[in-house]
Design a binder for this molecule. Structure first.
Ligand SMILES: Cc1cc2nc3c(=O)[nH]c(=O)nc-3n(C[C@H](O)[C@H](O)[C@H](O)COP(=O)(O)OP(=O)(O)OC[C@H]3O[C@@H](n4cnc5c(N)ncnc54)[C@H](O)[C@@H]3O)c2cc1C
Length: 457
């Protein structure tokens, strides 16, 4: 029987292994740690439900199919309409971001000059489609410096904990690049895509989680694959032997060796880079050490309702670099989903670090937590001390799709050509979000299934 191996049991590997199994192939899943799910971790403590990793995801077809097939639809929770409201900080004050173009004209988020510059966007000629232009240059060229600093820069912090000057417009935000190239303007692209969605009767994608947190999804996937999963098994090397791929793994100090007809590498860039994959002497994936993954500390702070100084009526607040604060932003977690904080309490999730503050890696946990609480106070969101504190540190959090990202994408293509039967499904290839990762797991599993089907029995 043809056999496949999936390396890495985060959402990407879990989705890939499930798809390959459902396609009828004997599939084994290798996971270095003692549990599946990767960075998806939901924890309960003192009546709070906190997410150590991702906190929500946007509704997309592939992840919804997965959820449906696992029978989890009734456990989904969605943010209410008010949660689409986002805040930024301008001149030290928390201000609501405009949700629509007319609201923009009334918003204090941009000056009159900044608003007028935005209105010129449809008249700006598209840039070179193949360019390695940074997001900062792209945004400044199309929307003006103020929109870059007060709209794009905080958004980039929220998604990548990154710096727009270092990210690639084309790879980090493919949609806006496509709008420029196809419609000649971001505004026109946005309007056309809204119209198309309406014409097709598709509702606005919802922002979702599960009643018991996002781990509900990875736990259910892990359970469905339980009998074919090797936990605490770190794959060290993959070697070509007689037309098959020999996977060498270490488990409790012992070596495991077996041969597979197809292998899916569902790993982040640092893990890919440290894997020895050889047909002869070939270490092509080592180049991925150059993919930047800045550190991030996530701090959960709980407050009694009477300590709140803001209605927390939205998704959260993001902080532009120009405001020079020591945090990147905060999610209003208990406003997003029900059951995240005990009655009469609120939960805020503060992000510190990223490209802006890499020194978070060298700072004491207690100091970062205290500073996070001080910042919430300074921004006028709360007054007084939190009654709940918990934090988690990610030394290499989110891959930065930098201006050289195209070279890494090329590398994946070249690598797969040289190693037929090995497929790379990585969050540094097809997008960092949970829905992107779930979709990538499925897409590369489909490629692997086609490869297996073409092999002689
Ligand atoms: C702090 C944080 C917040 C985020 N917030 C959001 C959010 O709100 N919404 C959203 O959509 N996305 C968010 N993301 C992004 C998203 O969560 C991740 O991109 C996605 O979960 C990555 O999944 P993965 O399976 O590709 O990788 P991982 O989850 O990293 O899983 C990889 C797995 O491979 C295992 N592994 C590594 N090396 C080996 C080896 N040699 N052998 C065997 N196993 C190995 C690891 O132990 C791990 O379990 C966030 C990410 C982080 C870090």
């Amino acid at each position: 029987m043809k056999k496949a191996a999936v390396i890495g049991a985060g959402i990407t590997g879990l989705a890939a292994a499930r798809h390959l199994t459902q396609s009828g192939y004997h599939t084994l899943l290798f996971e270095a740690s003692d549990c599946c799910g990767g960075v998806v971790r939901s924890r309960r403590a003192d009546g709070y439900l906190v997410e150590h990793g991702p906190n929500s995801f946007q509704e997309q077809p592939e992840i919804m199919e997965l959820i449906q097939s696992l029978g989890l639809m009734d456990q989904l929770v969605e943010t209410d309409a008010g949660a689409s409201k986002r805040f930024i900080v301008r001149n030290g004050a928390v201000v609501a971001l405009p949700a629509s173009p007319p609201a923009l004209l009334r918003s204090p988020a941009l000056t009159t000059r900044g608003k007028l510059r935005l209105l010129a966007e449809p008249f700006i000629r598209p840039g070179d489609p193949d360019s390695t232009e940074s997001l900062a240059s792209f945004a400044k060229r199309r929307l003006g410096a103020e929109a870059l600093h007060y709209l794009l820069d905080p958004l980039v912090s929220g998604i990548y904990a990154g710096d727009p000057a270092k990210l690639s417009a084309r790879h980090a935000f493919p949609k806006i690049h496509e709008w420029e190239q196809t419609h000649g303007s971001l505004f026109k692209g946005m309007i056309r895509s809204l119209r198309q969605r309406k014409a097709e009767g598709r509702p606005k994608p919802r922002l979702l989680s599960f009643r018991d947190g996002l781990q509900t999804l990875t736990d259910a996937l892990a359970k469905s694959l339980e009998k074919q999963t090797y936990l605490e098994t770190k794959v060290k090397a993959i070697t070509g032997v007689n037309g098959k791929w020999q996977v060498l793994a270490e488990r409790y100090g012992h070596e495991l060796r077996d041969r597979y007809d197809a292998v899916i590498l569902a790993l982040p860039a640092p893990a890919l880079a440290s894997l020895a994959v050889q047909t002869g002497a070939d270490d092509a994936l080592n180049a991925l050490t150059a993919v930047d993954h800045p550190p991030l500390r996530i701090t959960h702070l709980g407050y009694a309702r009477n300590a709140l100084r803001h209605p927390l009526d939205g998704f959260g607040v993001l902080i532009p670099s120009l405001e020079e604060r020591s945090i990147l932003g905060a999610l209003f977690s208990s406003s997003l989903f029900p059951g995240r904080a005990p009655a009469d309490h609120a939960l805020l999730t503060v992000f510190t670090g990223g490209v802006r503050h890499r020194d978070v890696a060298d700072r004491e946990e207690a100091e970062v937590i205290t500073q996070a609480a001080r910042e919430l106070e300074a921004l006028g969101l709360v007054a007084g001390e939190p009654v709940f504190r918990q934090s988690v540190f990610w030394p290499k959090a989110i891959p930065q799709y930098g201006t050289k990202h195209g070279e890494f994408l090329e590398l994946f293509g070249i690598f797969e050509k040289k190693h037929p039967g090995i497929f790379i499904a990585s969050q540094c290839r097809d997008g960092v979000s949970l829905p992107n990762c779930a979709a990538a797991g499925q897409t590369h599993a489909e490629r692997a299934a086609r490869h297996l089907a073409d092999l002689p029995d």
